[in-house]
Design a protein around this ligand. Sequence first.
Ligand SMILES: CC[C@H](C(=O)O)C(=O)SCCNC(=O)CCNC(=O)[C@H](O)C(C)(C)COP(=O)(O)OP(=O)(O)OC[C@H]1O[C@@H](n2cnc3c(N)ncnc32)[C@H](O)[C@@H]1OP(=O)(O)O
Ligand SMILES: [Co+2]
Length: 145
Amino acid sequence: MKLGRLNHIGVATPDLDASIAFYRDVMGATDVTEPFVLESQQVRVCFVNTPGENGTAGTQIELLQPTAADSAVGKWLEKNPLGGQHHICYEVPDILEAKAWFEKLGKRVLGEPRVGAHGTLIFFVHPKDMGGQLTEIMETPKGAH
Ligand SMILES: CC[C@H](C(=O)O)C(=O)SCCNC(=O)CCNC(=O)[C@H](O)C(C)(C)COP(=O)(O)OP(=O)(O)OC[C@H]1O[C@@H](n2cnc3c(N)ncnc32)[C@H](O)[C@@H]1OP(=O)(O)O
Ligand SMILES: [Co+2]
């Protein structure tokens, strides 16, 4: 498998609007997308775009507020009520090759690849098999970079 760019860091929050204000007012973010609900993942989400170099896209902070307590992010927030870093997402050139790679290593791929918030195929690998880090693997968007 070939590791691609760090696409985003997933950050869970109990209050998306307060987190947007934090990134704008404390962190000086100037490029924050409009929030939208991704019902399949039971989250309200938006992206804080960080500057890249020489006009390339920087990485993103993916802000996630659960729409239900009994959801992946909702359950995580029960243990981490202030919120914080929830997962990390790397790009790969070939999602099926990457899935086979992790499975061959005996790591738990969570579900079949599905279309994620960026419109390309993604899957997650269980944090217990990844040194405690919930890891999202995303196929590099066509024509990106
Ligand atoms: C904007 C949408 C975008 C997209 O999908 O495109 C997203 O990024 S959506 C993000 C939300 N979706 C997911 O996170 C899907 C993948 N996550 C899962 O399938 C679950 O959260 C899972 C399987 C990682 C844990 O679910 P489970 O029901 O087993 O919850 P537990 O609380 O029982 O956790 C078991 C064990 O894992 C530890 N854990 C849970 N979440 C995390 C985490 N984010 N990072 C690190 N560790 C995590 C939890 O503490 C438990 O450990 P233990 O030592 O047993 O207490
Ligand atoms: Co994500």
